[in-house]
Design a protein around this ligand. Structure first.
Ligand code: CP3
Length: 342
């Protein structure tokens, strides 16, 4: 089967398919007992991302269990800064911890390191394409520079990204220099994923929604546009999904200016806006992941609402953000079954 014939790829090309294809952000993750068992073998999270055996295995787990229509490479957005020499580590119970952003640190970044450093991730992509069912779309990804930078300004995340916002006003030229590095490395990284067998790629901008209008233009749209143009300049047929979270009100501008082929929506997107967006590009989303924690009627209602509201155009069923560790795997099965009934 050719890439363009896979269901998710057909929707990304603008076709409406019913029932819609489905996958789930963070589908390889701690809500699955089989993921936790593999994760226990790799105490260092980044080492886990750079281990093709383990990364391939956990990427395939949710495909075996649920038969999702797309598989997303198991990796993390922080492999890109790590690859160019930005100090990053994951602390148990705390998440990513980075060295606070400084001019000296940016001076020390080296694009040339990335090629070798990311080889194991690219190898995971090739193995996945070989092992996945032929009809399953393989998605690659990277973090949008703003979202990666959010964790770097203070060295960790802060509520509503206040540290990153203050940093963006006080030292815009420093942030700009770091973001240029991330843009450059992300373009190469996405192209290599596509060449190794990824059918399409997604750019995760989880923290786009904390920015004001000027900030959204400068820190979310501009770098994303640079990545999209950079990838498409070399791979004109590449399909790119943008996911600027909590940004439904700015989505039309984002689409027009960045040139993404489709967008992910979160659960706070008003239906009326989401329907307008769906007239422009295929949409992906947007079940509240907490409905997978609650289960029962709340889950069924959430699924039905999306199916009823967006059945006139191209839809890839997904969550509005990643599945959480407290979600019940049986609820995921219930969601998939209900979506497959259409
Ligand atoms: O299944 C998949 O979706 C593929 C793999 C994937 C991971 N992270 C694995 C992961 C993807 C696509 C990501 C993207 C990512 N990582 C984003 C953007 C999307 C989003 O969810 O907002 C962000 C902001 C990160 C950064 C990150 N990685 C944080 C803040 C954390 C710690 C918080 C947490 O959930 O533990 C991680 C760790 C991480 N990345 C885990 C997984 C499965 C959990 C780590 C573990 O197993 O201990």
């Amino acid at each position: 089967m050719q890439s363009k014939d896979r269901a998710v790829m057909r929707v990304l090309a603008g076709e409406k398919i019913w029932p819609p294809p489905i996958w789930m952000m963070r589908q390889a993750g701690r809500y699955l007992p089989e993921y936790r068992a593999v994760r226990a073998k790799a105490p260092n999270f980044l080492d886990f991302c750079y281990n093709p055996d383990l990364a391939t295995e956990v990427t395939l787990q949710p495909i075996r269990r649920y038969g999702f229509d797309a598989s997303i490479l198991f990796s993390d957005i922080f492999v890109v800064p790590d690859a160019i020499g930005y100090p990053v580590r994951f602390e148990e119970g705390r998440g990513p911890v980075l060295e606070p952003l400084s001019s000296d640190l940016v001076d020390r970044l080296e694009q040339e390191r990335a090629e070798d450093h990311l080889k194991p991730v690219i190898e995971t992509v090739s193995r996945l394409r070989a092992e996945l069912p032929k009809e399953t779309t393989l998605l690659g990804f990277c973090g949008a520079p703003w979202t990666v930078a959010c964790y770097s300004v203070a060295g960790h995340t802060t509520p509503d990204q206040i540290a990153a916002r203050v940093g963006s006003y006080r030292h815009p030229e420093l942030l700009e220099r770091f973001i240029e590095h991330l843009v450059k490395a992300s373009i190469r990284y996405l192209i290599r994923q596509l060449d190794a067998g990824a059918d399409a790629v997604q750019i995760f901008d989880t923290w786009a929604g904390v920015l004001d209008d000027a900030g959204f233009e400068k820190w979310s749209i501009r770098p994303t546009k640079a990545i999209v143009s950079g990838v498409k300049a070399e791979r004109p047929n590449a399909k790119i999904i943008g996911f600027p979270k909590s940004s439904a009100a700015r989505m039309e501008t984002y689409i027009a200016k960045t040139g993404v082929d489709a967008v992910g929506l979160d659960w706070t997107a008003p239906d009326s806006l989401a329907l307008e967006i769906q007239k422009k590009v295929p949409i992906q989303g947007n079940l509240d992941p907490m409905r997978l924690v609650a289960g029962g009627q709340a889950l069924d209602d959430g699924v039905d609402h999306i199916l009823r509201t967006f059945n006139k155009g191209p839809l890839i069923f997904n969550l509005g953000h990643g599945v959480t560790p407290d979600a019940d795997p049986d609820n995921v099965a219930r969601m998939v079954e209900r979506v497959k009934r259409g």
